[in-house]
Design a protein around this ligand. Structure first.
Ligand code: HEC
Ligand code: HEC
Ligand code: HEC
Ligand code: HEC
Length: 500
């Protein structure tokens, strides 16, 4: 063999593998680039189990919210509520909040959302899903906000299927806290003291919660779809333009003549306070000292050498050592007793307010029955509207007695005062119709109260069960076919309601 041929062959033997090696390095680089470029978690990934592959600790603690599963029937506990909410969904069914894992189930199971038979029936609008699932921002992005806020609740039964998840609060690429509800940004900007764009990291540790734990109403908004069809959206709106105080929001609603419903007995144009948790918290000493919701409800915990935020959002009393005692030098028992006393004080005034306002509604009903005129009743109804709004505002967020004790008690005081104003005026009206000694009927149990307002309770329960066994099952099948449903979210959840 010639030397040159040998050299050539030798070169080939050396060069080809080198070439292949270079190629493979290049390929590896390309692959690495692809790995680096493609986010590990896809945009608006609503299935939290997908995020858990990267963040198992946060996910495992988030799943622990399933343990807070107790149903507390608030109507049983405070029967006056049935009278206060007569003609409105809350008189049918209302439970105290429980773990985040239950938010979707509870929304679907409550008698308030009724028993739709298809996507166009039922009492509630789509807006009722808004603080229940990361599928909400996903849908808003997909079909547009106004379309999302149009139609009946049942329209999205097979689309909104995951309870609050990682995508509600985190950006998938950076994991930074993020606001996924555009109405919160708009409301912050309208209020003005903290513009959404100026929020610091510490602010965000509160604002992610304020997306849902805030007062809102459904603002009717006209729009035209792409086929030129005129539609009305009911857009979740936080009434903050005049400020965060209860009087500011009362004025906001009065100025636009807004009513959530007309009271069945007293005919008052009513306001339903939702859960102004953020707004009341802001008036408390903790907020004034920069303590965030997460500081108390998502404490840092340690596992081996790793420190992470517990995503088991629940009562800080379950973990006083890692929450309160980070800042306070007092002992557990003193703190527990302090909180218990704050709760008792709130309960005392709240009970008085409910009793006063309940009686005012029934006395107003009697006055109408006897022939009272619009003119006689107008000032009475304004007092009732304001009394109930204030009472509801002060207690509806459940934590206000602790977050902002003084403000909560101040508002309750003003609610009782307004309620008594209504009753004083009503005595005069009733006297004019020879009923000065009228005594409102007994509403001291849930059953009695539901009879007083004539609620067809059993019918509502039967219809609900029918819905749960039919359309609701269809929704799960459809959502599974679309790849949206994760059965893990329902694993281990027991069917618990106030009615079955
Ligand atoms: C997507 C909306 C949403 C977000 C975001 C959200 N919550 Fe909630 N939260 C709810 C709903 C709805 C419930 C009631 C669930 C139920 O009763 O089924 C609830 C319940 C709770 C409860 C009661 C838990 C229990 O076990 O009794 C606490 C406490 C709470 N939330 C605090 C927070 C805090 C703190 C944040 C922010 C870190 C937050 N939430 C963020 C919607 C939300
Ligand atoms: C209600 C809002 C909310 C939801 C839902 C939520 N997180 Fe968080 N997450 C927070 C807050 C608040 C922090 C604390 C952020 C900080 O101070 O840096 C946090 C922190 C984190 C961190 C940073 C490390 C740590 O533990 O502090 C990771 C990672 C994380 N979350 C993952 C997840 C995953 C995975 C999910 C879904 C299973 C999830 N989060 C759901 C609010 C949320
Ligand atoms: C300084 C600590 C602290 C801060 C800050 C704080 N909370 Fe609370 N929160 C508590 C305590 C304590 C309770 C009462 C718990 C109990 O009774 O078991 C509570 C109760 C609640 C409840 C009612 C839970 C139930 O099941 O009745 C909700 C909802 C809630 N907080 C949400 C929030 C939100 C949202 C923020 C921020 C806007 C926030 N909290 C800020 C300590 C705090
Ligand atoms: C991040 C720090 C921090 C955490 C966590 C915290 N606090 Fe505080 N707390 C404060 C500060 C600061 C004040 C205001 C002190 C002052 O003005 O002298 C305060 C004030 C108080 C007060 C007196 C004011 C009032 O509202 O009655 C009580 C009671 C209280 N905290 C209880 C608690 C409890 C219970 C917890 C746990 C659920 C808790 N705190 C968690 C920092 C904290």
């Amino acid at each position: 063999m010639k030397k040159s041929v040998l050299v050539t062959m030798g070169s080939v033997v050396v060069i080809v593998p080198l070439f292949l090696l270079a190629l493979s390095i290049n390929e590896n680089k390309a692959e690495q680039k692809v790995i680096n470029e493609v986010p590990k978690i896809k945009h608006m990934e609503t299935i939290s189990a997908e995020w858990s592959k990267h963040f198992p600790r946060q996910y495992d603690s988030y799943v622990q919210t399933k343990k807070s599963d107790k149903i507390t029937d608030m109507l049983e506990k405070n029967p006056a509520l049935v009278v206060l909410w007569a003609g409105y969904g809350f008189s049918k069914d209302y439970n105290a909040p429980r773990g985040h894992s239950y938010m979707l189930e509870d929304n679907i199971n409550t008698l308030r959302t009724g028993a739709p038979v298809d996507g166009n029936t039922g009492p509630m609008p789509t807006a009722c899903w808004t603080c229940k699932s990361p599928d909400v921002p996903r849908l808003m992005e997909k079909i547009g906000e106004l379309d999302y806020f149009t139609g009946k609740w049942a329209r999205f039964g097979s689309e909104i299927v995951n309870p609050v998840g990682c995508a509600d609060c985190h950006d998938n690429e950076t994991m930074r806290l993020t606001i996924t509800r555009p109405h919160l940004k708009r409301a912050l900007d309208a209020e003005g003291s903290l513009k959404a764009a100026d929020a610091t990291h510490q602010d965000m540790r509160t604002l992610v919660c304020a997306q849902c734990h805030a007062e809102y109403y459904f603002k009717p908004t006209d729009w035209t779809d792409k086929n030129g069809e005129k539609k009305v959206a009911k857009v979740v709106t936080f009434p903050w333009a005049n400020g965060f105080a209860v009087e500011d929001m009362e004025k906001y609603y009065d100025d636009i003549n807004f009513a959530d419903w007309t009271h069945q007995v007293s005919k008052t144009p009513m306001l339903k306070a939702q859960h102004p948790g953020y707004e009341l918290y802001k008036t408390g000493v903790h907020a004034l000292n920069g303590v965030s919701c997460a500081d108390c409800h998502m404490p840092y915990v340690r596992e081996g050498g790793v420190k992470y935020s517990s995503h088991n959002v629940g009562s800080p009393l379950d973990n006083i050592a890692n929450t309160c005692l980070n800042c306070h030098s007092s002992d557990e028992k003193t703190l527990r007793d302090t909180i218990a006393r704050k709760l008792e004080r709130k309960d005392e005034l709240s009970k008085t307010a409910m009793d006063v306002i309940g009686k005012a509604h029934l006395e107003a009903g009697k006055a109408w029955e006897l022939g009272a005129t619009e003119e006689e009743m107008k000032p009475v109804l304004l007092d009732i509207r304001h009394a109930q709004w204030r009472w509801d505002y002060s207690i509806a967020s459940h934590g206000s007695f602790f977050h902002a004790p003084e403000e909560t008690l101040r508002i309750l005081g003003s609610a009782i005062n307004k309620g008594q104003d209504a009753r004083v005026k009503l005595r005069t009206v009733l006297a004019r119709y020879n009923a000065a000694d009228y005594v409102a009927p007994d509403f001291s149990t849930k059953e009695k109260a539901q009879q007083v307002i004539g609620l067809p309770y059993q019918k509502l329960v039967d219809e609900k069960m029918n819905f749960l066994n039919t359309l609701r099952e269809e929704w799960i099948k459809e959502a599974t076919a679309k790849g949206l449903y994760d059965p893990k979210t329902r694993e281990g959840l027991e069917f618990k309601t106030s009615y079955k």
